[in-house]
Design a protein around this ligand. Sequence first.
Ligand code: SF4
Length: 288
Amino acid sequence: MLEKYYEILEGKRKSKYLVNKNRMEKLIEKAEEIYRNCHFCEHRCHINRYEKVGKCRVKETSIASHFYHYGEEPMLIPSYTIFFSGCTFYCVYCQNWDISQYEAGIYIEPEKMAFLIEKAEGKARNVNWVGGEPTPHLLYILKVLKECNANLPQIWNSNMYCSNETMDILNYIIDVYLTDFKYGNDKCAYRLSKIKNYWEIVTRNHEIAYRQGEMIIRHLVLPNHIECCSKPIIEWIAENVPEAIVNVMDQYYPTYKAFEYEEINRRLSLEEYNKAYNYAKKLGLQVI
Ligand code: SF4
């Protein structure tokens, strides 16, 4: 995994969005249609986003921040990271709740954002579309890429609750999927993120993303969720997307509304982390 990512960085290959530049108008048209009857994610609000906000609370794109990020996985840094506001999830322990759950940031004209990305070429190793969640902002991202010519790998940093239609568009523009695989079952997903049908949608999208591009899966280990979440996720990865790079993350801390949920109202213990990490190693995952 990540061979193509490195080839883009070495100038031996073009980023997918540059290869498909001649399709950009068509992709924008398609995204406009989705935007007017929004189904970028599986909430499928079916509202006109020019007039209303949906469950993600996003109408027009707003960007909370954009900068060279040094806190991502070693092969990704420095990463030119664009943080959108709004999210399709409502995680009670969200570490970016100030931008994901509330309106934050400003609109930056796509031409200007394209210019900023071009300036990042040679300094950053990629463009990292994140939030909150990038899914509600796909139309904006396409408008930026239409104006942009930087040969930088494009990273989709997402909770993967995207619709099939969104996944189809991503196939033409995204080089690396940096996914956040949170829960091993629907009950925990609903309890902690108020999301329905999590497992079916997120596993479907991981399978699609694995076919479409390269993949790094993040799994933030939650206290008391090893048996119900970490283990089923690790087993699913081993069986279905075995070549994906996996980051088993230990940095959970209770924040936002997590204090109201007894089982996650503390940091992760070393014993819990080791259980998840060692299980991933035992099943042969490509753990970093
Ligand atoms: S992106 Fe937002 S408005 Fe569109 S379907 Fe998802 S939650 Fe609803």
